[in-house]
Design a protein around this ligand. Structure first.
Ligand code: F6P
Length: 575
């Protein structure tokens, strides 16, 4: 079944009402909190383990009810049902979009759609769980030492080779769940086609204890296949140099069989690379690359943290999927956050969105979200090919707090642009370390450092919301000429997300939350959030330009004047 025509959001009554409210809108968070004693309560919501406070957002009851009305007029819930049921909502690729099926519990009794549902002739649950079981069994062999390299040594380092969705998710989750990684195992990630990446990531490794996972949905990505070939050559050369293998084809083939596995939807191409299809883990074209971290693409993480933690991770996703499916719109966190982003983007002129994790282990979360959000919603045509009727996409960016505070928060606090920001923190740190000595003035001896960290988390959203008036600055004895520079306007919107601890489940919950925020925004804008045609032209041109860069005169002459001159300069500089 294919998609129906998108509803033009700008033609809805709700949109017109919102445009009316936005006209001359003058937010007043100080006044709103003074007037509404229950504001914090009213706009704080729970989704699984995530407590989400929207009260420091630029919302009123009128705005919220119109945003919810917009979701109803567009049919957000109906499209979500269509997605999880396997309708081909990825219209331009004519594919189902079923990442939610990757985390449905085995033999779940009250699932929607019911367990065993069939899409395009495929029993989705059966295939998902068969693959998971295969990944778990393999991971256990590596973790237990039963899986060995060619010389019989157990694996100590796993190197995941992939890019985009076949890299960003696994890296982010590995970093987020470091405390859960089995002692004696390390995972490294190679993504960039810059040969420095593979050089640095293999540096110091023992080839006899290294396992490479080639992760590529298509198994056709230039970067990944080039890196995989370089890694294979590295393996052969290193093993030969120590006499671990001889140079025969049979020995080299055996080395690849023991030191390379793959994750892909294209198992024929995996075999052509020399990887035993027995050691390949599949997934399906209904999993978009940037929605694939909880598929077999996460094999490196399953090895690192084990099947039980992985199940918990999947359960976290599923809890949010269920929240998205069942919570009434007015309490539905992904819906509310997605709608709020539409309000900021389309009515208040925000162009970017900061994600600021106050959890060092989430330091790759903003990078992960950049692909999830921008590859999904950076589009200017709708799913029926017609132009979008409004701005789409948000530029997601961020760094962990408190590092960001000492870098770019100046602009968020006092700049001329509106930058909505999501602050994410956990109550319980992985390492509850104290500052035993303190400094005797600002920090007392024995200070719990996580509490100090969290004080920053709370202080920042407070400062952004309520600012500091000129009179308050003056009252501190500031000289008049400097007062404007020290004034903070406030009314800078933030969302605070607080979780108990950074468990596998919570990491899954956070990812699913943002997946569904992206879905809500994409649905409102009428775009296909699951294709990525915008990355194709550059890929094609790189292949077309490559001979010129390698010195082919004819290819060089066929380039445009600027590119030709740049390549010539490069060739002059290249030793
Ligand atoms: O170029 C973009 C992209 O197609 C992403 O969507 C994807 O995550 C990435 O490349 C990697 O693709 P693959 O897993 O097929 O190697």
């Amino acid at each position: 079944m294919t998609e129906s025509a998108p509803v033009d959001p700008t033609a809805t009554d709700a949109w017109k009402n919102l445009a009316g409210i936005a006209d001359g809108f003058s937010p007043d968070l100080r006044g709103w909190f003074d007037a509404e004693a229950d504001r914090a309560d009213r706009y704080t919501f729970q989704a699984a383990d995530l407590t989400v406070d929207l009260s420091k957002g630029l919302i009123t009851e009128d705005i919220l009810s119109n945003l919810l009305q917009l979701a109803k007029e567009i049919g957000v819930s109906e499209r979500y049902e269509a997605m999880i049921s396997g309708e081909h909502i990825n219209a331009t690729e004519d594919r189902a979009v079923l990442h939610t099926a990757l985390r449905r519990p085995k033999n779940g009794t009250d699932l929607v759609p019911p367990a065993g549902f069939v899409v395009d002739g495929q029993d989705v649950d059966a295939d998902v769980h068969a693959t998971l079981d295969k990944v778990y069994a393999f991971a256990e062999k590596v973790r237990s030492g039963e899986w060995t390299g060619v010389t019989g040594k157990r694996i100590e380092t796993v190197v995941n080779i992939g890019i985009g969705g076949s890299d960003l998710g696994p890296v982010m989750v590995y970093e987020a769940l470091k405390p859960y990684v089995q002692t004696g195992l390390e995972v490294r990630f190679v993504s960039n086609i810059d040969p420095t990446d593979v050089y640095e990531k293999t540096a110091g490794l023992d080839p006899e204890t290294t396992l490479f996972i080639v992760a590529s949905k298509t198994f056709g990505t230039l970067e990944t296949l080039t890196n995989a070939r370089m890694a294979r050559t590295w393996l052969w050369d290193q093993l030969k140099s120590t006499g671990a293998i001889d140079g025969s084809d049979a020995a080299q083939k055996d080395a690849v069989a023991k030191h390379f596995v793959a994750v892909s939807t294209a198992l024929d191409k995996v075999a052509a690379f020399g990887i035993d299809p027995e050691n390949a883990f599949g997934f399906w074209d209904w999993v978009g690359g940037r929605y694939s971290v909880d598929s077999a693409i996460g094999t490196s993480i399953v090895i690192a943290i084990g099947a039980d933690n992985w199940r918990e991770f999947l359960a976290g996703f599923h809890a949010i999927d269920e929240h998205m499916r069942t919570a009434p719109l007015e309490q539905n966190v992904p819906v509310l956050m997605g709608l709020l982003n539409v309000w900021y983007t389309n009515f208040l002129g925000a162009q970017s969105h900061a994600v600021l994790p106050y959890a060092q282990y989430l330091h790759r979360f903003p990078a992960y979200l950049q692909q999830l959000t921008m590859e999904s919603n950076g589009k200017s045509v709708r799913w029926d090919g017609s132009p979008t009727t409004t701005d789409t996409g948000e530029i997601f960016w961020g760094e962990p707090g408190t590092n960001g505070q000492h870098a770019f928060y100046q602009l968020i606090h006092q700049g001329t642009r509106l930058v909505p920001a999501d602050f994410i923190a956990v109550a319980n740190p992985a390492h509850p370390i104290k500052d035993e000595t303190g400094d005797g003035s600002t920090v007392e001896p024995g200070q719990d450092v996580h509490a100090l960290f969290m004080a920053n988390f709370f202080a920042q959203t407070k400062a952004l919301a309520f600012g500091k008036t000129a009179d308050e600055v003056r009252a501190e004895g500031t000289k008049e000429s400097v007062v404007p520079a020290r004034e903070f306007s406030g009314n800078r919107p933030t969302t605070s997300i607080l979780a108990p601890s950074l468990t596998p489940s919570v990491v899954g919950q956070l990812i699913a939350l943002y997946e569904h925020i992206v879905f809500v925004e994409g649905t409102i804008w009428g775009i296909d959030s699951f294709d990525q045609w915008g990355v194709e032209l550059g890929k094609q041109l790189a292949l077309q330009v490559a001979p010129a860069v390698d010195g082919d005169t004819e290819a060089l002459e066929s380039q445009d004047a600027s590119t030709k001159a740049l390549i010539k300069k490069y060739l002059e500089l290249r030793k």
